[in-house]
Design a protein around this ligand. Structure first.
Ligand code: SF4
Length: 784
């Protein structure tokens, strides 16, 4: 198939009246290699029509490299020129942020991943996990052919079969159920799936007569969706306009780590700190923004903050109401609800001095564009939703909804659903699997989620899985959950397959991307969408007629054609093929539509004390697991680059550790590297000690991600999984897993290890070089 390559600006020739808008705009830029900011993206698509953004920009960017070409995957492999690099735009799917990426290809091999400069979410950046996507593709532990179970479930005893046999087995089972009107017993459990693949799966299940479709991801911000629905009547993740804020009050949201959309927020943080309006690189600076981070254990964001406030875990809502109490000054609609949250009482609850609370309230109230965000530990207690509602109230009092530097809600996506519409909580997941286990001939299809790693140490999920007659897994790796499948079908990595995405939280307007294969599949694998289409083709005539596409690529093109047809009059393309090719080239498409936003607040506010599993005598310390920079929720642990990536706070590589305040270490008589037994009401594990001033003395913390029992050679048997000793606590409103609501006891084992780390000795050996300044709330002394 021949198609037009998008060549460099030099090849494209001079800018003319027929040159696409973006190319003309970028040709006027003095520095065409710079990133396209969110503001520029908004400006480009805000011209009254829906336009393609980015192709011209990328063309200009790469014009400095005369032999390189930016091409869509409609160009067949035989077009590759030996020794000449080509670049493909696609979407990273290693976390739900939906960053646009550009992959460098030589001789059909993917060589390097970078952010797509034209994509308004990533703006040319990626996180470390995104960079490691090549190691998903080339991972030696990838499943290369379908396998079926030979031994007991959970033992990992499988043997290989062909696709034909595996698909026929599954299809005939489904066919029988459907023809007997018992298709309702078929359930689908997935990770974060957005875009048209989600539509295809709904259609397949609908044809089966089943509505059992649940998405589950440990990191899904279920409580934030719920708090936003209660506060603003919108169950959505808004875009937090950090770049244009001048005072950022973050309650536990590690947005420079891996919270919600870390690349986008890290970019915005750069503008915030430089005192520039977003996207401006010259002109007068305004005052640089000030960042305050409230959290019991210092995250990467906390380490970058001007003020770090270590509050008692789970009391962030009280702190927010205390600040609101001072700002509201006893007046207005919330006066009665806030009356009891005076600084002395809030200080008693949160462990933060009253003077600090007053100072934060004054700074927030005096700022021109104050912004409050909440996440991480603030959302991970049994009171996550009320905490977040209290934080939302600060934004309402500041008049922040829909305002520059505030909280910007996105319009309904151009296709698919927002991330919450199919997502379930911990309790939903358990009920979902148990219901299928109770159905005769129940079938559970699991794709892209690993709840047996994410799930706490209770056995209910495993017991339910054991009872389901047929469990089918779609995965690239034999992870903990796939061990319990009867048949595992190997799927393409995201660099080999088709898909699309409407990123959430997005950028305050409609944005969508197509994910295209940048290389041909390395092994005998398929797209998830192709698996379902092939299954339908092996079932009865009605199924075949209802799902007639030759493959998922055809389904996706059809879906985008429908979108194109609806907007044909507004789009500046000769036909659909030109539009499709242009979107593939640019890697992103945007539309001017924005959500209407009113600064209304619908929720009742009150403080709900957190409930922790374990009493404070037997279990004296709050236990705070945290999402790690390298491994996210554990999915990055099988990537060697991520294992070798020094943790940004400790510089430790490869292992796990438990973070202790020096005062705690003194009490226990332990030093760095000493191994502790960490026990909770739900179980115990062993981890070496890391001593840091960046944690409260009544709190200990561990990174999430290690401790896999089955996830390939790089992840299995390395470190410990802190989630495995959590009690099954849930948020009181949503049923979401409250992973910050367990207490632990610590017992020295007398054993020790030497950390593998790149940093040197991290403490001051009682020389008090870096003690807390007078009046600061940081607690604890050095331990040398
Ligand atoms: S933030 Fe998520 S989507 Fe973006 S590059 Fe990192 S892993 Fe990929």
């Amino acid at each position: 198939m021949r198609n037009v390559k998008w060549k460099t600006a030099a090849i494209a020739g001079p800018v003319t009246n027929s040159t696409p808008l973006v190319l003309k705009t970028m040709a006027r830029k003095k520095n065409p290699g710079s990133k396209l900011s969110r503001r520029e993206f908004l400006a480009l698509v805000g011209t009254g029509t829906s336009v393609m953004a980015g192709a011209g920009f990328l063309t200009a960017k790469f014009s400095r490299r005369p032999v390189e070409q930016l091409i869509p995957y409609v160009v067949p492999p035989e077009d590759y020129i030996p020794g000449v690099a080509a670049y493909y735009n696609t979407v990273c799917n290693l976390c739900p942020a939906g960053c646009g990426i550009t992959v460098r290809i030589r001789e059909g091999r993917a060589k390097k991943i970078e952010g797509n400069p034209a994509h308004p979410v990533s703006q040319g950046g990626t996180c470390a996990l995104g960079q490691s996507g090549l190691q998903v593709l080339y991972n030696p532990d990838r499943l290369q052919t379908p396998v079926t179970r030979r031994g007991e479930r959970g033992t990992g005893d499988f043997h290989t079969v062909g696709w034909n046999s595996a698909l026929t087995t599954v299809a005939s089972h489904l066919d029988k159920l459907r023809l007997a009107n018992r298709g309702a017993g078929v359930g689908l459990l997935t990770g974060d799936i957005r875009g048209h693949l989600d539509d295809l799966l709904i259609q397949f299940l609908g044809l089966m007569g089943s509505g059992r479709y649940l998405q589950y991801a440990f990191t899904n911000p279920t409580n934030l969706y719920s708090a936003n629905a209660a506060s603003f009547d919108t169950a959505q993740l808004p875009y937090y306009d950090i770049a244009n804020s001048d005072f950022l009050l973050s309650f536990g949201a590690d947005f420079l780590g891996m919270w919600v959309s870390p690349v986008s927020y890290s970019r915005a943080y750069g503008d915030f700190r430089q005192g520039r309006r977003e996207g401006e690189d010259k002109g007068p600076r305004r005052q640089r923004g000030q960042l305050v981070q409230i959290e019991p254990r210092m995250s990467l964001t906390g380490a970058n903050a001007d003020i770090w406030v270590p509050a008692v875990p789970g009391t962030e809502g009280a702190l927010a109401l205390g600040i609101a109490h001072i700002i509201a000054g006893g007046a207005g609609r919330f006066a009665a609800a806030l009356a009891e949250f005076d600084p002395p009482r809030v200080a008693e609850i949160s462990g933060v001095e009253a003077s600090t609370i007053e100072r934060l309230a004054r700074s927030f109230g005096d700022a021109k564009a104050p912004l409050a965000i909440g996440g991480g530990g603030a959302a991970a207690g049994t009171n996550g939703v009320p905490n977040l509602v209290a934080i939302n109230l600060l934004n309402h009092l500041a008049g922040n909804i829909g305002r520059e530097g505030g909280v910007v809600f996105n319009p309904k996506p151009a296709f698919g659903r927002t991330g919450m519409q199919r997502h379930g909580s911990y309790l939903d997941l358990l009920a979902f699997v148990e219901e299928i286990a109770d159905v005769d001939d129940g079938v559970l299809i699991i794709a892209g989620t690993n709840p047996l790693y994410d799930f706490p140490g209770d056995e209910r999920l495993v017991r339910a899985l054991q009872r389901i007659p047929l469990v089918v897994g779609l995965s690239s790796f034999m992870d903990e959950t796939m061990q319990y499948a009867d048949i595992v079908l190997p799927v393409n990595s995201y660099l080999e397959g088709w898909g699309d995405d409407a990123p959430e939280p997005g950028v305050g307007m409609r944005v969508a991307s197509i994910s295209q294969p940048v290389v041909a599949p390395l092994y005998d694998t398929m797209d998830v969408g192709d698996v379902f289409i092939r299954l339908a083709q092996r079932m009865d005539r009605d199924m075949q007629r209802a799902m007639p596409w030759p493959d998922f690529h055809a389904y996706l093109r059809n879906a985008w054609r429908r979108m194109y047809d609806k907007r044909r009059d507004k789009l500046d393309y000769v036909d659909f093929d030109a539009f499709w090719t242009a979107v593939l080239e640019a890697g992103v498409w945007g539309e001017t539509r924005r959500a209407s936003q009113r600064n209304e607040f619908h929720a009742q506010v009150d403080y709900e004390p957190p409930v922790h599993a374990g009493n404070d005598v037997d279990y004296p310390w709050y236990f705070q697991p945290f999402v790690s920079q390298g491994f996210f929720d554990g999915r990055g642990a099988n990537l060697p680059w991520q294992q070798e990536l020094p943790d940004p706070m400790t510089s430790i590589v490869y292992g796990s550790w438990i973070e202790l305040n020096p005062r705690t270490a003194n009490e226990l008589g332990v030093d760095e590297g000493d191994i502790l037994e960490v026990s909770s009401p739900a179980g115990s594990l062993r981890a070496p000690v890391w001593i840091t001033q960046g944690i409260r003395p009544d709190t200990v913390a561990m990174p999430i991600g290690q401790g896999h029992t089955s996830f390939g050679r790089y992840a299995t048997g390395r470190g410990a999984n802190p989630l495995s000793i959590l009690s099954a606590q849930v948020d009181s409103r949503t049923g979401a897993f409250a992973w910050g609501a367990t207490r632990v006891n610590l017992t020295p084992t007398g054993e020790r290890i030497r950390f593998v780390k790149t940093g040197g000795w991290s403490r001051t050996l009682d020389r008090q070089i870096l003690g807390p300044r007078s009046g600061e709330t940081q607690e604890g002394g050095d331990h040398g």
